[in-house]
Design a protein around this ligand. Structure first.
Ligand code: ZN
Length: 173
């Protein structure tokens, strides 16, 4: 495991101008919303690979890849199980809500406040987005055996994690 850790905040526009890449780890324990959700005893890390750049339209973007194995508690048998998350995302870096609304569709907006991007928070959002709504074993691995008809195993889609933008929108109403 890499010893290098991802900084909490960076200047995304400077990183993009220089087409920088960042690879490293983030500790689950440093992501408080996430560690509260899944249990604070978790000492796992997330492996992160980030690539900054400017596209042909002059849009600053961040391409990210993350991978982690989290220990979650099955909500049926209450035993721990390992849940792997592998996620790729492409974000368009914006400074204002107008810029966010004008983004091409293939970008998710990420808001840079005063030229600073909260990198770890963004990674945390991405992981929370990929968590199961109700953590539980696969049916064949779970100690609690219920008839399958009684259980909905399909995972549901979570809402967008960009609370910052949502709260900005609310303020403008
Ligand atoms: Zn279980």
């Amino acid at each position: 495991m890499s010893e290098k850790f991802i900084p909490e905040h960076i200047d995304p526009f400077r990183y993009a101008e220089q087409s920088l890449r960042l690879s490293g780890a983030v500790k689950i324990a440093d992501m408080h919303r996430l560690s509260t959700t899944i249990g604070s005893t978790n000492d796992d890390t997330v492996a992160v690979d980030l690539e900054f750049g400017v596209d042909e339209q002059g849009m600053t973007f961040l391409k990210g890849h993350l991978k982690t194995q989290l220990t979650l508690e099955c909500q049926r048998c209450m035993e721990p199980f390992v849940y792997e998350i592998i996620s790729n995302f492409v974000l368009g870096i914006v400074s204002t809500l107008d810029e966010a609304n004008a983004l091409p569709e293939h970008y998710e907006p990420a808001l840079a406040k005063d030229g600073s991007l909260a990198l770890r928070e963004l990674i945390e959002d991405e992981i929370i987005l990929n968590l199961p709504i109700i953590p539980r074993h696969e049916p064949e691995d779970c100690k609690v055996k219920l008839p399958l008809a009684d259980v909905e195993w399909e995972s549901e889609k979570r809402e967008s994690p960009f609370h910052v933008l949502q709260s900005l929108k609310d303020k403008q109403k």
